[in-house]
Design a binder for this molecule. Structure first.
Ligand code: BES
Ligand code: MN
Ligand code: ZN
Length: 501
């Protein structure tokens, strides 16, 4: 997708459609319409305005003699937020679906009333939401030009007056950052949406290591023999039932000084989670191809930070397995040994994510990390607790958690905290091993996932982000598509941007 800042005045811009954002406030609404009519030398009919008054969920497509005008509502000005701008832009650009629109010109919202929000942030927000909203995964349709997808290839951001020309540097910077983060999120979505017969541990490892040629990060792959030598019991045991061998990916980005402690990102890379012997019901099982969403998010973050040239060191650890039932599978009741030597009673083979993360989190210690942040589609209980609206964050360091929550609010790839109180700890005690991989009751499922991981962390500040609720969706919403969403990419990239300042 090509996105540029178009400095020409509006009536000189050549585009198949123009998208304007409108406030609901009567006067502002009327002023905007008058301006559009003047700029594009057209009349917006009263019929069009019967269907549109600038309310926050409204959009309308209007045909003038020579062009298409899309109006998208922002709601009332006094409760405007950056997220409203993202949503209005996304809804407006989605109107291009099924239409013959190649080039679209989008008005940059000129608004100085949002506290702490610069024009660069607005350009970035509108860029990101456009790229995210136009996403579709249609490579497996053999019929060309799927009707439901948008044909937009070129986006121009423009301002209705010359007053933004002096900010063109800032706007271009916002567009660049927005493109990088938007495309990196879409990359993670692609990885999630790829079926598990295409993306499995070995193929994912190959795909990621090919990125080294284009990007400024390196990839090391630990194969089964190496994992056996390292005694990564969690990864090896979960992988045992599958004909696909496990892989452990190590990504390295060196943007900082050589002695700067790295941030270590860990991502759950279960390329398909059938549940194993504790098999899942078949309804909805197909979505479990997205159970590597945490790993995909880590890869997406590396794609982003390496293009943004962040001045810091970051390590990515992605244990990759397929969880399958077979005669070789690990079984409920088995006792396995994790990388750090601790024993685990496997109560439920469907609680597999925490087993592979146990290895990765203890392995992380060797990097002497500044922070460790893991992302995982860990518990169905997270979906019950918070719905598709936010991820859940837990950890052992309140300052780190606060920073993650803040990055979530900035990007609206949000995370909300749950506690890891001592009282929960005994719920995962085992009668036969050091720890059990699931609770005895159905209580506090998401927290117990966090409590389990907590037993395996080293001596470092750590946050666990459960993205089970956000990484995959049953229906689309604004700039999030159905299926894989790339949750976590915008959140953790923003966290790292904040950290690098
Ligand atoms: N990958 C699932 C969690 C999941 C469920 C993610 C739905 C996204 C949507 C995970 O491996 C799992 O099966 N967790 C179990 C844990 C339980 C057995 C303790 C769960 O949530 O039921
Ligand atoms: Mn599972
Ligand atoms: Zn899983």
């Amino acid at each position: 997708m090509e996105i540029i800042f178009e400095k020409k005045i509006v009536n000189k811009i050549k585009a198949d459609a123009f998208l304007f954002l409108c406030y609901e406030d009567k006067k502002l609404f009327n002023d905007e319409l008058k301006l559009i009519e003047k700029l594009l030398d057209c009349r917006i009919s009263n019929v069009g305005l019967e269907d549109f008054s600038g309310q926050k969920n409204q959009t309308v497509l209007i045909y003038t003699g020579t062009s298409r005008i899309i109006l998208s509502g922002l709601g009332m000005k006094n409760d405007l937020t950056l997220e409203r701008v993202r949503k209005a832009t996304a809804r407006g650009i989605k109107k291009t679906r099924t239409l013959k629109i190649n080039k679209i010109a989008i008005e940059i919202l000129q608004d100085q009333t949002l506290e702490g929000v610069e024009i660069e942030d607005i350009a970035r927000a509108q860029t990101i939401s456009s790229i995210l909203a136009l996403y579709s995964f249609d490579k497996y349709y053999t019929k060309k030009n799927r009707k439901e997808s948008s044909g937009v290839k070129e986006i121009m951001l423009f301002s209705q007056s010359n007053s933004l020309a002096k900010y063109s540097k800032e706007i271009e910077k916002g567009i660049y950052t927005g493109c990088v983060i938007g495309e990196s999120t879409n990359f993670a979505r692609d990885l999630g949406n790829e079926p598990s017969n295409v993306i499995y541990p070995e193929s994912l490892a190959l795909l990621v290591s090919k990125r080294q040629k284009e990007r400024k990060y390196s990839v090391e792959i630990l194969d089964k023999a190496k994992l056996t030598r390292l005694k990564m019991g969690g990864v090896l045991e979960v992988a045992r039932g599958s004909s696909r061998e496990p892989r452990f990916l190590i990504l390295k980005y060196k943007g900082g000084r050589s002695n700067d402690k790295p941030v270590v990102l860990v991502g759950k890379g279960v390329t398909f989670d059938s549940g194993g012997i504790s098999i899942k019901p078949s309804a909805g099982m197909a979505m479990m191809k997205v159970d590597m969403g945490g790993g995909a998010a880590v890869i997406g973050v590396f794609e982003a930070i390496s293009q943004l040239d962040l001045k810091m060191n970051v390590i990515g650890l992605i244990p990759c397995v397929e969880n399958m039932p077979s005669g070789n599978s690990f079984k409920p009741g088995d006792v396995i040994k994790a990388y750090n030597g601790m024993t685990i009673e496997v109560d439920n083979t469907d609680a597999e994510g925490r087993l592979i993360l146990a290895d990765a989190l203890s392995y992380a210690s060797k990097y002497n990390p500044k922070y460790v942040i893991d992302m995982a589609t860990l518990t169905g209980a997270a979906v019950v607790a918070i719905g598709n609206v936010s991820s859940i964050v837990m950890g052992n360091d309140q300052k780190l958690i606060d920073k993650i929550v803040k990055a979530g609010e900035q990007t609206y790839d949000r995370a909300w905290q749950l506690p890891l109180w001592d009282e929960y700890d005994k719920m995962i005690d085992s009668e036969i091993a050091d720890v059990k991989n699931s609770g005895t009751s159905r209580q506090a499922g998401t927290i117990l996932g966090g409590m389990f991981l907590k037993r395996f962390i080293g001596n470092y500040p750590w946050a666990h982000i459960d993205i089970a609720a956000t990484a995959m969706r049953d229906s689309e919403s604004d700039y999030d598509p159905k299926n894989a969403t790339g949750a976590g990419v915008r959140l953790v990239t923003q966290f790292l941007i904040n950290e690098s300042k």
